[in-house]
Design a protein around this ligand. Structure first.
Ligand SMILES: [Fe+2]
Length: 124
């Protein structure tokens, strides 16, 4: 069964959804949606794992740590998200933007996630 904050994709049409309240199986285009289980380790030269820089309440998330992920029309980071305790903050990005986002939040437990339109879902 789906869980809150999981992200699913329809392999037929490309719809992507995030679970706010799990209550049943997700179906799109007459087939089950696929869980985008976020990856945490990147062995390619292009890095996807979100890198968090915390300065008091200023949280900067970069993709990736040492080299910026491409932000081209055909290949870019679509969003960067912070899960902070029981809150979610999301920055949508466009080609040409920097592959990073800044959030001003107070939280004890922070996880960052991002979605690359080619290489999928990643988390810190
Ligand atoms: Fe990528």
């Amino acid at each position: 069964m789906e869980k809150r904050n999981e992200v699913y994709r329809c392999e037929a049409c490309g719809n992507i959804v995030e679970i706010l309240h799990p209550a049943g199986s997700l179906v799109c285009c007459n087939r089950p949606m696929i869980l985008l289980d976020p990856q945490t380790k990147d062995s390619s030269t292009e890095k996807h794992v979100p890198y968090i820089i915390k300065e008091n309440e200023k949280i900067t998330v970069k993709v990736g740590e040492n080299a910026a992920h491409p932000m081209e029309e055909k290949h870019y980071i679509q969003w960067i998200e912070i899960l902070a305790d029981d809150k979610i903050y999301r920055q949508y990005l466009n080609p040409g933007d920097k592959p990073e986002a800044v959030f001003y939040i107070k939280a004890n437990n922070i996880t960052a996630r991002e979605y690359c339109n080619i290489h999928g879902h990643w988390k810190s």
